[in-house]
Design a protein around this ligand. Sequence first.
Ligand code: ADP
Ligand code: MG
Length: 518
Amino acid sequence: MPASTPIGIDLGTTFSVVAYLDSTGRPCTITNSEGDLITPSVVLLDGTSSVVGKEAVKAAGMEPDRIADFAKRDMGSMFYSKKVGGEQLPPEVIQSLILEKLKRDAELKLGPIDKAVVTVPAFFNEPRRKATQDAAQLAGLQILDIINEPTAAAIAFGYQVGFLDAKGEARQKETILVYDLGGGTFDVTLMEIEGSDFTAIATGGDVYLGGIDWDRRLADHIADKFRDKHHGFDPRQDAAGIQRLLKEAEDAKRSLSARDSVTITFEHVGQGIRLPITRAEFEEMTADLLERTRFTIRSLLKEARLQWSDLTRLLLVGGSSRMPMVQKMLEEESGLKVDRSLSPDEAVAHGAALYAGLLMARDVPTAAGKPAAKPAMRVRNVSSHDLGVLSKDPATGRSVNSVIIPRNTVLPVTKGKRYRTAKVGQKSIVINVIEGGDGAGRNSTPIGRCTIRELPSDFPAGSIVEVYFTYGENGRLKVEGRLPELRRKATLSIERASGLNDDKLNEWGDRLKAGRGR
Ligand code: ADP
Ligand code: MG
């Protein structure tokens, strides 16, 4: 049987994109069943059936209670931030419905698909990456790997612009800033590409800043003018009014990327308004939002001890980077020319497809039966948060956060620490894995617990317990416990503090399958 074509998926906060490599190895975006290149990451839940994308967006004004959007923000939490159709859903389930639609649409073009590379933001922590993998599993996709969005974008630009050769190696050392302003988040990443090594050297951003904030400004402006005209009658009083205001605002915003002015018309409960607006006015009312991105970049450069003059390229990613104010600000700030040779909303998916192709080439033997030449590309990320173990100091009873893998360690990495048991005859040892937090573990995120069981009944106090963390290139964690005195060594499963455990995952898997069968 011929191997199915792998796909690259950019599972975005507001829009998702799927790409594959054509027979010449060029990345192409797959149009969805509505004929669009990008699919809104919006789900309308109707009992057990669901509608994803444009049609769900259209229904948003009428049935806001059945709509799930921005679910990506909640990945890593137990539940999606609001009830949908009266039910609390895990965010993985909403994401899986989106992935399933993307897969189904891609299959119309490519035939059965099972393998994919899915991208995640560079700042995604371990639980969010796990949740993303689980969502893919629920959608019936086998994840070849997850890679960071800016890395994917750099790969795509690299191929297109030619700073990478056919094997994926940089012709000269590149230091790149990837500016990704999407629908709901802003991410900025500094990357070094040397030969075949892609290393993210620093990453930062703003999880609550994106195109939607520009929309809101404009929506408020329309609503204010409407209220002035109609004696204090405010269209923001009901959810449907807000939805339609945002829709008008977004349309106008997009037009203002191409034109100097537009006239917005808005009607609400039989009343209307016509409102001309210029690009300059729009830029003025959102200037502080843009400034926030400038500020974030400056702090990141400082953190990485880099100057603008150290950078070789500036890549723009994310639909919102189409706003002329973004490019203007960046060129003025950096003195560099912005590279716009790739569509900013497709770059990430294209990079994911290229990466999927490289991974497959590694595994699939060529027609001659010999393994294909191993592509050299190595993607290296740094850990975005400290990972450690929360324990109690037996002497003082205080909590202690012992960091095993510090933030910004180049991945993959295996590191361990040595602990000692507190009591004689302890039956089990519990390892509390946390991310971030201060020395006492305050403000940390619990990742989960691992337990070493069945210790001998006379296991002495002060016995050595070694805990090893292996943090993969894709930011997923494995924990190993070693008891050198007993010559015991075991890979531990993490009982997760958040997200779905295996039982729940299976349960949802069955439920979603039943829903699809209808
Ligand atoms: P995601 O955050 O899901 O990765 P995208 O990168 O696709 O999303 O960006 C989506 C955002 O880009 C939306 O806020 C959308 O309004 C905005 N956008 C798309 N095209 C334009 C345009 N031509 N001008 C201004 N904003 C745009
Ligand atoms: Mg994006």
